[in-house]
Design a binder for this molecule. Structure first.
Ligand code: ATP
Ligand code: MG
Length: 250
């Protein structure tokens, strides 16, 4: 029997008022893979992440995370599930008045009864993992944008979640820093078996890290492609998908 997927999404639809953002979105995410959600601005990528973790209600469809249907889970089960998921939000700023260590400690404090010294030891270990061991005592204003992204990943990883969501981790970074971040994500995935769901529209990143992807489209109000990004680049006949992967005007 095939292993149960880490995420199962079946016919997801989301509406805000009278406006449908997307409908009939169906996909599976397998254990240990880097799954990319791509598409133009406003097509619903961030909304899809929020829907998956139960922050935005579904108009239709069902979603399971780590075997649990979040919309049907009670408060306790939901909290337990969220503890097993790490999220780096698109706007996911660090708290400016707290050091990097204190920022990474936050989810540990919220979800565990660990004493302060143990929390900060764990936090510093996570910062070390993303190459920020030496910057642990700095404030967010004292580090670069790329370092802040890595600190955000460290915070999302604080509780060793088997599933990590990253919403545009490399947006606004220079290509070299962005490539470094891609390398880090691949290393974490391969070394820890963590499953990643990454929202990005950076073609280089998608081709470098994505095992599989789905592409959403605003006009189509849903998915227009699914599969291995390298195959999509070669084989897709959908004009928007081709345009994206081949950098052509549609
Ligand atoms: N809480 C909300 N209430 C009403 N409309 C919303 C809400 N959240 C998102 N939207 C709308 O849903 C659409 C999709 O937004 P979303 O943030 O998911 O797009 P996105 O694909 O992540 O875009 P970007 O690439 O710019 O981050 C947008 O038109 C947005 O204005
Ligand atoms: Mg977004």
């Amino acid at each position: 029997m095939a292993e149960e997927p880490v995420i199962r999404a079946e016919g997801l639809s989301v509406r805000f008022g009278a406006r449908t953002v997307f409908k009939d979105v169906t996909f599976d995410v397998r254990r240990g893979e880097i799954f990319v959600i791509l598409g133009g601005s406003g097509c619903g990528k961030s909304t899809l992440l929020k829907t998956l973790i139960g922050l935005v209600p579904l108009a239709a469809g069902r979603a399971w995370l780590l075997g649990e249907e979040i919309a049907a889970a009670g408060d306790e089960a939901r909290r337990a599930l969220l503890r097993r998921i790490g999220v780096m939000w698109q706007s996911g700023a660090l708290f400016g008045s707290m050091t990097l260590t204190e920022n990474v400690e936050l989810p540990i404090e919220e979800h565990t009864g660990l004493p302060r010294p143990a929390r900060s030891m764990l936090a510093r270990a996570k910062l070390g993992l993303v190459g920020l061991g030496d910057a642990a005592g700095r404030l967010p204003a004292e580090i670069s944008g790329g370092m802040a992204k890595r600190a955000g990943i460290a915070r999302a990883m604080a509780l060793d979640p088997p599933l990590l969501f990253l919403d545009e981790p490399s947006a606004g970074l220079d290509p070299i820093t962005s490539a470094g971040l891609d390398k880090l994500i691949v290393e974490i995935a391969r070394e820890t078996g963590t499953t990643f769901v990454v929202v990005t529209h950076e073609l280089q990143s998608i081709l470098a890290i994505g095992d599989r992807c789905i592409m959403l489209d605003k006009e189509a109000q849903g998915m227009i492609a699914e599969g291995d990004p390298k195959r999509l680049r070669e084989d897709s006949t959908h004009p928007t998908v081709r345009a994206f992967f081949r950098r052509e005007a549609a």
